[in-house]
Design a protein around this ligand. Structure first.
Ligand SMILES: [Ca+2]
Ligand SMILES: [Ca+2]
Length: 355
């Protein structure tokens, strides 16, 4: 049994005993297409021919469970599924996304979404759905599918969590200098915001959210299933999927064990430990012969990746070290080795070459 520490005023201070908690649950995945209302009358934001994939073959329980708070029922990210499907087709649009990101942010005016703006987004089961911006800040637009509503309490909490915690911490750890001298997300669509689309998904639990790498050449967007948006810990979905967006923008081919480990670390950096996160971690410490480099959908794989990423952050220079790893387009162990040889930490702690 290892012990993690929880975040305290920006430092890792209070030791927390870890408790192994593995919750298994099963249910039938329910896919539903919802074409929304009035979407035909709006400009098509995502051009026809854009890579997309069906969720028909996605079994949520094979996805990546979010680290949970105050909830026994697992909810899953579909990003790993989308990413593997996207890779299998040769990562369509990756080159265009990279080119547009490079020229997309520096010294440009922001044409931000305002509350009440309408647009369309790809629907969960296919097609497009109309959405309306319900809340907007300098760095995010929360857009709710037409015909659905999300309570102002949830929206206010998300707005506050995003501006005060999620956005500043995640850009520090996973952002990239887009030409303004500070770590930022990309902005290919010129609004200086991340779109968070709350749309009809597969109903309560199951899939909770995702980032679709096929859309990265057109917009910065992450998705949350409306049926899961009101869960008390749903802010974790925002942190997890924003990490996937940022990591993809810098290094779209990175191995899933690093990307998912970083997504768990993102939620931990924002919101501290949870019973699920400690469960993932202890699943690995109790069977540490399992390679952290091997992704096989075991609970220990999640824990191993998370612990390893956090260890590197702690020893090799915090945010700048992780940003260096994320920005390096070498994948898997090669990227780790490069960081180990040239860490930004001033103490010059170097790992060696035998990873
Ligand atoms: Ca944007
Ligand atoms: Ca769901």
């Amino acid at each position: 049994m290892i012990s993690l520490t929880t975040k305290n005023n920006g430092r890792f201070g209070i030791p927390t005993a870890l408790i192994l908690l593995l919750v298994f649950s099963s249910w039938g995945p329910v896919a539903s297409a919802d074409d929304g209302v009035d979407s035909e009358a709006r400009p098509e934001y995502v051009p026809r021919g854009t890579w997309t994939t069906s969720f028909d073959d996605f079994i949520p329980s094979t996805g990546k469970p979010y680290i949970l708070f105050e909830e026994d029922q697992p909810v899953y990210s579909a990003t790993g599924y989308l990413k593997q499907a996207w890779w299998a087709e040769g990562s369509p649009g990756a080159e265009e996304a990279s080119m547009r990101q490079t020229s997309g942010r520096a010294a440009k005016a922001c044409n931000r979404h305002l509350e009440g703006d309408t647009t369309t987004v790809p629907g969960y089961g296919g097609g497009t759905v109309g959405v309306t911006v319900e809340r907007a800040t300098n760095s995010v637009a929360f857009m709710v599918q037409d015909g659905l509503s999300l309570s102002s309490t949830v929206l206010s909490n998300w707005e506050s969590d995003w501006d005060n915690t999620i956005y500043p911490i995640l850009t520090t750890y996973f952002g990239k200098d887009q030409g303004n001298g500070i770590p930022e997300p990309p902005d290919v669509d010129g609004n200086c915001q991340i779109q968070v689309a709350i749309i009809s998904g597969d109903g309560a639990y199951g899939t909770g959210g995702y980032f679709n790498p096929g859309l990265a050449q057109y917009r910065e967007i992450i998705f949350v299933d409306h049926a899961d948006a009101s869960l008390s810990w749903s802010k974790v979905i925002l942190a997890h999927e924003l990490q996937h967006l940022l990591h993809n923008a810098a290094d779209s081919q990175e191995n899933l064990w690093i990307d998912e480990g970083a997504a768990d670390m993102a939620a931990y950096l924002c919101f501290g430990a949870s019973s699920t996160l400690t469960g993932h971690s202890n699943a690995w410490t109790q069977d540490s012969g399992i390679s952290v480099r091997w992704w096989n959908q075991r609970i220990a794989d999640y824990g191993g990746g998370f612990i390893f990423l956090l260890w590197m952050a702690d020893h090799l220079g915090g945010g700048p070290a992780i940003r260096q790893l994320v920005a390096n387009t070498q994948t898997g162990a090669a990227g780790i080795l490069t960081l180990a040889q040239t860490p930004p930490h001033t103490a010059g702690f170097i790992l060696g070459t035998t990873f």
